[in-house]
Design a protein around this ligand. Structure first.
Ligand SMILES: O=P(O)(O)OC[C@H]1O[C@](O)(COP(=O)(O)O)[C@@H](O)[C@@H]1O
Ligand SMILES: [Mg+2]
Ligand SMILES: [Mg+2]
Length: 315
């Protein structure tokens, strides 16, 4: 399709790339507006107030000023697209209806600033977005029409899929997102693992899986930021991230709508897998906005091996 990404005669920008995906103009508009909004989030992360907002979210977690500011930036931009019907955010208690009619419109669920508590120690954070056609945001993730994230790290990258492969764009000196990787693909198995949660709360089955990974020489890579940790597994094309069921919290920590579904969509588009230990993440029927689930996500063989350990099928 193109010569080596980053070496094209013309920089392929996001809008041009989307136009070549043969998708609806309204969906292109939504994705480009989210990309633009994230430029303001970048500015907030780099210079904004690191303090608390004095409020808490649906999960009872104290909201940082950056969480609330990032949420406001994205919500305002989505409302003004004119093509977004319903909006759900990790930082909002309920769905916001931007428009009543749903025909030709899209609904968006997002985590405006994932890992926000890492900003004050200058670690990488990100924005995660899930997009559905129409008005229903409580559909299984398999029905997403697009998913994307923006990673605010040493470089700012945007990764998206509309169901035709996974593409990475990087913000250049002119604040434009230009193509840097195309058709990102994962290997069947990897040699890194990213284990979330408190080790002393792991179930015996999960503990055995960790030991299996360590015995085969896997390297531990965990930053505490879901977006950079997933990005590492995806872009290196190898490894597994997990935030397991813990003793005392059988659903783990991560949110289905705002974190797991979009990342599972991207990882599956790259040939990987994402499971709650029993079924695919993308096949879970969301019960509520704050639905959480355990997650094993990354190389297909590694996820299958996790399921074998969790279901005591290891020979
Ligand atoms: O600190 P823990 O328990 O390892 O949890 C880390 C996980 O929690 C998160 O920070 C949750 O993100 P939020 O900041 O959106 O709540 C993820 O980024 C990360 O994967
Ligand atoms: Mg989050
Ligand atoms: Mg968040």
């Amino acid at each position: 399709m193109y010569s080596e990404p980053g070496k094209t005669k013309f920089q392929i920008d996001l809008r041009r790339h989307l136009r070549e995906q043969d998708i609806c103009e309204n969906l292109i508009h939504v994705i480009c507006e989210i990309a633009e909004a994230c430029k303001y989030v970048i500015n907030a992360v780099r210079t904004g107030d690191l303090g608390v907002a004095g409020t808490s979210n649906l999960y009872g977690e104290e909201q940082l000023a950056l969480d609330v500011l990032s949420d406001r930036i994205l919500k305002k931009r989505l409302i003004h697209t004119g093509v977004v019907c319903n909006i759900a955010s990790e930082e909002m208690d309920e769905i916001y209806q931007a428009q009543a009619a749903a025909d030709g419109l899209y609904s968006v669920a997002y985590d405006p600033l994932d890992g926000s508590s890492l900003v004050d120690v200058n670690l990488a954070v990100g924005t995660i977005v899930s997009i559905y056609k129409g008005s229903d945001l409580l559909q299984p993730g398999r029905n997403q029409v697009a998913a994307m994230y923006v990673l605010y790290g040493p470089r700012v990258s945007l990764v998206y899929s509309v169901g035709k492969g996974v593409y990475e764009f990087t913000l250049n000196q002119l604040m434009e997102f230009t193509l840097t990787r195309e058709n990102v693909t994962m290997k069947p198995a990897g040699d890194i693992y990213s284990p979330g949660g408190l080790r002393n709360k792991y179930t015996p089955e999960n503990e055995k899986f960790i030991r299996f990974l360590e015995d085969k020489g896997c390297k531990l890579r965990y930053s505490g930021g879901f977006v950079p940790d997933i990005n590492q597994v995806l872009m290196k094309g190898k490894g597994i991230f997990m935030y397991p069921a813990l003793q005392g919290s059988p659903k783990g920590k991560l949110r289905l709508l705002f974190e797991l579904n979009p990342m599972a969509y991207l990882i599956e588009q790259a040939g990987g897998a994402a499971s709650n230990g029993v079924i695919d993440i993308l096949d879970i029927q969301p019960e509520s906005l704050d639905h959480r689930a355990p997650v094993y996500i990354g190389c297909r063989d590694d996820v299958e091996k996790a399921k074998d350990f969790l279901n005591n099928k290891v020979k």
